[in-house]
Design a protein around this ligand. Structure first.
Ligand SMILES: NC(=O)c1ccc[n+]([C@@H]2O[C@H](COP(=O)([O-])OP(=O)(O)OC[C@H]3O[C@@H](n4cnc5c(N)ncnc54)[C@H](OP(=O)(O)O)[C@@H]3O)[C@@H](O)[C@H]2O)c1
Length: 251
């Protein structure tokens, strides 16, 4: 994708990778609109970063998505990049009563949220000369973490959905990308609290992502070196070993 002079809407833009990417895209010469549920953070981000705009959005709520599209059409009609970064990751213990509620919330946010955003914005984006939809999966789409079965499943589904979407939109102006992060030290599931853990520092991850986007503009699956052991585990013949390693990782 082209990384300058775009107008970028990022869901999940209030923290972690979404906010980090938003600030880097702004610094690189793009207009950026962050979206998320936490209005206090949206207000603070707008205050602290002149030029950044914000929209309140709950991707688990279809009416909120439609409202967000109306706001974009009215206030930010130049949006030509949609990054579906919003996501949740919570421990899922199949033996506990809370399992199903967590599983359903995870599907609603990570998978249905992404699909509903794509459904709401694709026609709008197709009217642009060079538009981009970037969906966010995970290395865990390719080798699951035993502690988060539904999370893993939603990310595998986002991968498959994104692959198929790219084919369906191949004859339009919309480029379809997938961002495949490894473990990165955000607050998503407390990765930032594991000192000495194997999560990649946020800045290091974002530096590598921006470098890939800047130097390999035709890349469809955006992956840093660190995630390739998961992405290609099956091809490399290391799947069982990595599955067992993740199961023992104490997450
Ligand atoms: N960090 C990792 O290790 C890692 C690895 C692979 C993939 N990822 C993916 O990267 C994405 C960003 O995660 P992160 O690590 O940056 O975690 P994070 O800091 O917890 O960010 C998650 C973001 O999603 C937003 N969000 C959650 N539910 C939402 C909803 N219903 N509607 C709108 N926004 C919602 C949150 O904003 P509000 O709470 O303000 O709504 C927040 O901005 C996620 O999709 C995650 O699965 C992360």
């Amino acid at each position: 994708m082209k990384t300058t002079d775009k107008t970028i809407l990022i869901t999940g833009g209030t923290s972690g990778l979404g906010l980090g990417l938003a600030l880097r895209f702004q610094a690189a010469g793009n207009r950026v609109i962050v979206a998320g549920r936490r209005r206090n953070l949206l207000d603070q981000i707008v205050r602290d970063n002149p030029g950044i705009e914000a929209i309140a959005l709950d991707v688990a709520d279809p009416s909120s998505i439609l409202r967000a599209r109306e706001i974009v059409e009215e206030r930010f009609p130049d949006v030509d990049v949609l990054i579906n970064m919003a996501g949740i990751m919570q421990p899922e213990d199949l033996h506990s009563d809370g399992f199903l509620a967590t599983a359903e919330a995870t599907v609603t946010t990570n998978l249905l949220g992404t699909i509903r955003m794509v459904a709401a914005f694709t026609e709008f984006l197709q009217a642009k000369n060079e538009a981009v939809i970037m969906n966010v999966s995970s290395g865990l789409a390719f080798v699951p973490l035993a502690a988060t079965p539904t999370y893993d499943a939603t990310k595998s589904a986002v991968h498959g959905f994104t692959e198929a979407l790219r084919v369906q939109l191949a004859d339009t102006s919309v480029e379809v990308l997938e961002l495949i992060p490894p473990a990165v030290a955000t607050t998503l599931m407390g990765q930032d609290q594991h000192e000495g853990g194997n999560a990649m520092p946020v800045d290091e991850y974002l530096d590598e992502v921006m470098s890939i986007l800047g130097t390999r503009p035709d890349e469809k699956q955006v992956m840093v070196e660190r995630v390739k052991m998961l992405r290609y585990a099956e091809v490399d013949g290391t799947y069982d070993e990595i599955l067992a390693m993740l199961a023992g990782a104490g997450h």
